[in-house]
Design a protein around this ligand. Structure first.
Ligand SMILES: C[S@@+](CC[C@H](N)C(=O)[O-])C[C@H]1O[C@@H](n2cnc3c(N)ncnc32)[C@H](O)[C@@H]1O
Length: 210
């Protein structure tokens, strides 16, 4: 997995410089919740963190050294840490918000649960999670061998999970769900191809322990 992602970024900004429209949505939600500190797991080369870092104190975790090398030029305000999200936490710091773009779908159920649990553990009281992921309405749904329900091995060793709304809510059932929705996201690839993805997002709040 590590070498796959490192190679993926060896030619530069795979999905161009343009941030996802969801990062502006997340910024609004974080501002409305008086957030100051934000964590971005699987941050890639910083195309989304650069929208957040002029306003918030942003820490990012990324497994690819090549992606971080680009990110350090692209976004000089975010603090990037090279490492796996499964080794989180990297410090005792707690975050008012976590923005996680299209990372969750890369894993099987056990690891998806682990990622969400690790993110919840790093939130402050009332902290907000903003996650995006593949929708089961995307045209790639069903490509490859189904290795778990709605999870397909589309290349050897590489899986993608496709979420229905109900499934997404179920993944975050230990939190207070504030909003879910669907968006179309168009990505301009380095090789000049353009592809529109159907994504889902979820916004939720950490449940207070009483
Ligand atoms: C689909 S990409 C999204 C990148 C970024 N969020 C963006 O939109 O530009 C998934 C990202 O997660 C990173 N990644 C994959 N597995 C990881 C892991 N176990 N720990 C940390 N980062 C990981 C990849 O290197 C890649 O940058």
């Amino acid at each position: 997995m590590h070498s796959y992602w490192n190679n993926r970024f060896s030619n530069g900004m795979v999905w161009g410089e343009k941030p996802s429209c969801t990062v502006n949505m997340a910024k609004e939600v974080f501002l409305n919740n008086q957030a100051k500190t934000i964590l971005v797991p699987g941050a890639g080369y910083g195309r989304n963190t650069k929208v957040l870092s002029p306003t918030f104190e942003v820490d990012a975790i990324e497994i690819s050294k090549n992606a971080i090398a680009i990110a350090l030029e692209e976004d000089k305000l975010t603090k990037f840490t090279e490492g796996s999200i499964f080794d989180m936490p990297f410090s005792n710091k707690k975050y008012d918000g976590i923005y996680c773009y299209n990372l969750l779908q890369l894993f099987r159920l056990k690891e998806r649960r682990l990622l969400i649990g690790k993110c919840i553990d790093q939130l402050t009281e009332n902290g907000i999670l903003f996650f995006t992921c593949f929708s089961n309405e995307d045209k790639s749904f069903g490509d490859g061998l189904e290795v778990e329900k709605n999870t397909f091995e589309y290349k050897p060793g590489k899986v993608a999970h496709f979420f229905s709304e109900e499934d997404l809510i179920h993944h975050f059932d230990t939190t207070e769900i504030l909003e879910t929705g669907s968006i179309d996201e168009t990505l301009d690839y380095l090789d000049n191809t353009v592809r529109t993805y159907k994504l889902r997002y979820i916004i939720c709040k950490k449940r207070l322990c009483i």
